[in-house]
Design a binder for this molecule. Structure first.
Ligand code: ATP
Ligand code: MG
Length: 581
């Protein structure tokens, strides 16, 4: 076995752990794949598969988007197809370049690379021309009703809508007014362009949907070139069609928009992209809505979009999640046509599974208690050989210094051990991992009666952790040599919300009422084995017996800061196992 330093061997962002080779969907059967297979069989698009991932750049991507990304890119990859990244930037007031940049970073981090990079705003001229075409064809009209009136006229699920008094304007008048809307002659909200579909349709989306609104707003890409902006429904399908997207996947709430998606494409006689809806990912104890996540950021209820408690890709990346874990989770969660709620524990299960395979093991003491081995020679230091990863023999071993004064976890000592407690206590012998058997002889207390130092004797014959006379101990505890320890801050995280459904609130409250006040605990003065000195930001480890931890970007050359990514205990695996049995 080679002697390696886990600090430099840790799992870092690298080509190997953002593998592009394995699409998340590979091998899993689902109804979307079946549709694609059928289309390939009938040669519907000449054997072509073109998808797109269409985020609106109004926030950072979250774990829900990871599902869409894995489907869009994964399915195209599987069939030798192509995937575009298209920013759906039709709401100038909410969109920013910062979000565009973060979205590109997150998609790449997940392990995907787009073929074409587009913006809905690339199509503003074309969309405008198509609007003129629809007006000339008698399929669109300028309406002077305001937003509230439009809503009133639209009717309800049980009542048909009423036609606007402006619905039957002449083509010439519509053309003139629409051109003047574009020229900036009218104030915001004073007029709209609407599609002339059917005010009696049982589908509210078909009751003369608004195509354009007037908005004198600066756009992150087109600046002040436009003061009218297309609505999502008018922009999305035509953008797909322009890019000759064959399979346009989106979440179920758009199913009712599909007739409109198809209507525009049909009326314009353009490439027939096909919209396919799948279930939205929801996770217990988690909010997946950019709008609400933005609220947490704006109200400073978290430290930012990349707060390690956030379900954003930048947050969970900082926390120590791996792209593989996310892709494996998404694949296992599957796709369907019914919205459900997935347990957060399932995501954590896939995280542990991946970290268990790759994260080097180290010893760290989070709440230190000093242990002095009275019979160990002063000034002696031994190098104990420790295994870097029992799951991966190629990870090798390292040397960990052992000396007379050590730290152990406060939890691993009890002056009065309760029943079933087998760790260190007066008179009790335990094994120090990779070290010796030690027996507690006495304790030193401070003026409050708190144990501040534990004294032991060690048995020199037990080096490596076994007694020649075959006697057994019931516990093995980890330790760090006091003279060699490096100090760090460790941030422990708990769920950000206290309720499985954070949206469940009392009258007059919003979801922030369910924030967990104890979601962050900062431990200072934690003691780490010296191999961790200089560990790179983003590198991940298993702290033996404690969990998985990742070096935070707040680390400095003087002080490392670790995030607890996830604790060791895996409840979901047991639940899943029970489900099978
Ligand atoms: P949010 O409500 O968080 O703003 P959104 O649907 O408005 O989400 P978009 O930027 O429009 O966000 O989403 C881009 C793509 O990601 C869309 O195809 C959308 O359907 C998909 N998506 C968004 N949230 C989820 C989710 N929770 N599960 C699966 N796919 C999602
Ligand atoms: Mg949206």
């Amino acid at each position: 076995m080679s002697n390696r330093n886990p600090a430099t061997e840790a799992v870092k962002e690298s080509a190997t752990n953002t593998a592009m080779s394995a699409p998340a969907s590979a091998g899993t059967s689902n109804f979307i794949r079946d549709i694609i297979l059928e289309d390939l069989k009938t040669n519907k698009h000449g054997g072509r598969v073109q998808t797109r991932f269409p985020p609106e750049p109004n926030g950072y991507l979250h774990i829900g988007h990871a599902k869409a990304i894995c489907l869009d890119f994964g399915l195209a990859d599987e069939f030798g197809g192509r995937t575009n990244l298209r920013f759906d930037d039709t709401n100038p007031e909410k969109e920013e370049t910062e979000y565009v940049d973060s979205i590109m970073e997150d998609v790449r981090w997940l392990g995907f690379e787009w073929d074409g990079l587009y913006y809905a705003s690339d199509y503003f001229d074309q969309l405008y021309e198509w609007a003129l075409h629809l007006i000339r064809a008698g399929k669109a009209y300028v309406d002077d009703l305001n937003q509230e009136q439009i809503r009133e006229y639209r009717g309800t699920l049980t009542q048909p809508g009423k036609e606007s008094p402006y619905r039957n304007r002449s083509v010439d008048e519509n053309l003139d007014l629409f051109q003047r809307m574009r020229a900036g002659e009218f104030p915001d909200g004073s007029r709209t362009l609407r599609a002339k579909v059917d005010m009696a349709s049982p589908n509210l989306n078909m009751r003369d949907p608004v195509m354009y609104r007037i908005l004198h707003a600066e756009h992150h890409r087109t600046a002040d070139k436009w003061c009218i902006y297309p609505m999502y429904d008018y922009a999305h399908g035509q953008s797909d069609s322009t890019e000759r997207v064959t399979h346009s996947m989106c979440t179920l709430e758009f199913a009712d928009h599909r007739p409109l998606y198809d209507w525009f494409i049909r009326e314009l006689g353009i490439f027939p992209s096909q919209q396919i809806e799948f279930d939205r990912l929801s996770l217990t104890y988690t909010i997946l809505s950019k709008r609400k996540l933005l609220q947490l950021v704006r109200e400073q209820l978290v430290s930012g979009w990349n707060d390690p408690r956030m379900p954003t890709l930048s947050g969970i990346r900082r926390r120590g999640y791996t792209p593989e874990a996310i892709r494996n989770f998404v694949t296992a969660a599957g796709v369907s046509r019914t919205n459900g709620i997935t347990e957060l524990e399932m995501l954590e299960h896939f995280l542990r599974e991946d970290l268990n395979r790759h994260a080097p093991r180290v010893m760290a003491v989070l709440r230190p208690l000093k242990v002095v081995m009275d019979n160990y020679p002063e000034g002696q230091v031994e190098e104990m050989e420790a295994v870097n990863n029992p799951e991966d023999a190629s990870a090798g071993t390292r040397k960990v210094p052992f000396s007379r004064v050590l730290y152990i976890e406060q939890d691993d000592f009890r002056e009065q051990p309760p029943k079933g407690y087998y760790r260190l206590s007066p008179g009790r012998e335990v094994r120090l991992r990779y070290g010796y058997f030690v027996t507690c002889t006495r304790v030193v207390k401070d003026e409050h009666g708190e144990v501040v130092e534990v004294h032991c004797t060690y048995d020199p014959a037990t080096r490596g952790g076994n007694a020649p006379d075959g006697r057994k101990v019931k516990a093995t505890i980890h330790w760090v040599s006091a003279a060699h320890a490096i100090e760090a801050d460790v941030r422990l995280y708990d769920k950000l919300f206290t309720k499985p459904n954070p949206n469940e609130v009392e009258e007059g409250q919003d979801f922030t009422a369910n924030l967990n006040p104890n979601s962050l605990e900062v431990l200072r003065g934690c003691k780490l084995e010296p191999s961790l000195a200089g560990a790179a930001v983003g590198s991940r480890y298993q702290f033996e017996r404690l969990g998985y931890f990742c070096v935070d970007l707040d680390s400095t050359s003087d002080k490392l800061v670790f995030n607890r990514t996830v604790a060791l205990k895996d409840t979901w695996a047991k639940v899943a196992q029970r489900g099978k049995g």
